[in-house]
Design a protein around this ligand. Structure first.
Ligand code: ATP
Length: 514
């Protein structure tokens, strides 16, 4: 467990150090479960999105992509079931009449235990002076270890009760811990109730004239409400799919695993519209197709598994997750859901508009059934990034940190490095950059010894380094260094583009799906 946590911490700090992911508004101490993507993260994210979009939209004649708005008519969320059934636990104090999130009360209690630990650390630091070792103190001091165990036990129990929707146990935990209302000091609590996960906002300029809206908690509904628009304007014939990528927002309660669970995140979803009765078949097809997409990136078959749901969401008649081995264990990466006609039929009911398809072969109208594939872009980012980050012991006994991103997804494909900063080498290196930049993201780096620059690019995930030396001026050749094998080859400058292209070309990666 400790190793897992340690590995995960390394992932988070590497993501920050190399410009992949930053905490949102960090200068103001951050905003919980909200993150920003840096210069490299934005590229990696864009490349993952493109890899998904190409496989879905470009490679499937019967799938088209749309880009629906985040704001939708509020009745959408009544029809979809989110107003009534998309909830988290909440508790009221009977004396102060104040309302709290049950989990936050418990978390605050744990924060007090953590504050006690900090106090012990401060005291000991004073006592031992320069010889104080914080890590050692934390892992050997009896009292501190007890505090830590208590904190972990409480958080674990809360997480388990929430996951099991055992709200009675959440209340029992609050009572056992004798948590009092911060306002009244009273321990007189109501039962824990559900709290809706959707973020509300308002549309309109004046207070009297506003409409309550929600930030969408999933992108899927933007597809459903546009079903007829797309079907008619695109003259789509069933079976066909509509894909989209975009932001979704959830006021998540347990949001502690970096970009695994965020309050603002991005989804990549595809709704496949089919004839009623064919859903089992299509559900199996899409499960397999999506797994193949994942496997095409070469992160290892052993790191994926299916998890079939026993407890189905309100809209589904079958559902499975594709789970990935994250640094903290196997967890959901993507969901494949057989959604029946739940969404379209409800939108028909609430809007009063027909959302049906006239099937020319059967000569009849029907509300299509839907099989959905839904993946979090940020979760996919975390899967790729955490798997890629490796520490590798080299023959000379040193350790190199290398980010083995699939080269098709790597933010920068090549770094061009003049061996020295003089004798015309920077100029030739810049010429190479000028030529390559039309095809790939490339970078130029002339600072530090070339060995250090190689390590920097390894840690950054750049698949190729191109080194320009004095010989380059004479015979127009360079050294091409491969990130993964560290092998170097002497090649003509004219061949550089072709070699990189062969390695990073999306086509050859995606072809592994078929
Ligand atoms: P979980 O069980 O992890 O809360 P979910 O079953 O609620 O996820 P879905 O509603 O099926 O998730 O959403 C589809 C996908 O969207 C998930 O597989 C996941 O990749 C992603 N996703 C959902 N919630 C979040 C979140 N808060 N942060 C990042 N990604 C998310």
């Amino acid at each position: 467990m400790a190793k897992q946590e340690d590995d995960f911490k390394k992932v988070i700090s590497h993501a920050k150090e190399y410009g992949y992911v930053f905490q949102s508004s960090e200068i103001y101490d951050g905003l919980s479960a909200v993150y920003d993507y840096g210069q490299n993260g934005a590229e990696l994210k864009k490349n993952i999105r493109e890899y998904w979009w190409t496989s879905m939209v470009q490679l499937n004649e019967n799938i088209v992509g749309i880009d629906a708005a985040i704001f939708m008519h509020p009745t959408t969320w009544k029809a979809s079931g989110h107003v009534d059934a998309f909830n988290d636990p909440l508790i009221d104090n009977k004396d102060s009449k104040k309302r709290y999130r049950a989990d936050v009360l418990i978390e605050d209690y744990v924060a007090k235990i953590e504050a006690k630990i900090e106090k012990e650390v401060e005291k000991a630091a004073k006592r031992f002076g320069d010889s104080f070792e914080k890590e050692q103190f934390l892992t050997t001091n009896q009292r501190v270890m007890e505090y830590q165990e208590e904190a972990t036990r409480i958080l674990k129990r809360m997480g388990k009760s929430l996951a099991n929707e055992d709200l009675a146990d959440v209340k029992k935990l609050i009572e056992e811990l004798e948590i009092a209302c911060p306002m009244s000091g009273s321990k007189n609590w109501t039962d824990v109730k559900q709290f809706n996960l959707m973020f509300g906002t308002k549309l309109g300029a004046s207070a009297e004239n506003t409409t309550d809206l929600y930030l969408r908690p999933e992108t899927a509904q933007g597809i459903f409400v546009n079903f007829s628009n797309v079907q008619k304007s695109g003259r789509m014939k069933i079976p066909f799919g509509i894909a989209q990528t975009g932001k979704a927002f959830r006021n998540e309660i347990v949001a502690r695993q970096f970009i695994f669970r965020m309050r603002e995140f991005e989804q990549m979803e595809m709704q496949f519209f089919i004839q009623p009765g064919t859903q089992k078949e299509w559900y199996e097809i899409w499960k397999q197709k999506r797994l193949k997409w994942h496997l095409s990136l070469g992160l290892g078959t052993e790191n994926y598994r299916f998890h079939d749901h026993d407890k189905l969401a309100h809209y589904a008649d079958a559902a499975a997750d594709i789970e990935f081995r994250f640094p903290f264990g196997f967890k959901e990466l993507e969901g494949i859901h057989s959604r029946t006609d739940f969404d379209l039929a409800n939108h028909e009911k609430y809007s009063g508009k027909k959302l049906q398809y006239f099937d020319p072969e059967k000569n009849e109208n029907y509300v299509p059934y839907v099989v959905e594939t839904s993946i979090g872009l940020d979760r996919m980012f975390l899967a790729v990034f955490s798997h890629a980050l490796q520490e590798e012991e080299l023959d000379n006994g040193t350790v190199r940190t290398v980010l083995r991103l699939p080269s098709v997804l790597a933010p920068t494909k090549a770094a061009v490095l003049p061996l020295v900063k003089k004798d015309g080498l920077p100029e030739l290196a810049q010429e190479i950059v000028e030529d390559l930049k039309w095809d790939f993201m490339v970078t130029y780096d002339e600072k530090d010894a070339v060995g250090r620059r190689y390590r920097r690019q390894d840690a950054n995930g750049t698949p190729f380094c191109i080194t320009v030396d004095h010989q380059s001026l004479e015979d127009h050749t360079v050294t091409l260094r491969h990130r993964d094998s560290m092998q170097q080859q002497r090649i003509s400058i004219n061949d550089v583009k072709g070699i990189i292209h062969k390695e990073v070309d999306m086509k050859s990666w995606l072809k592994q799906m078929v």
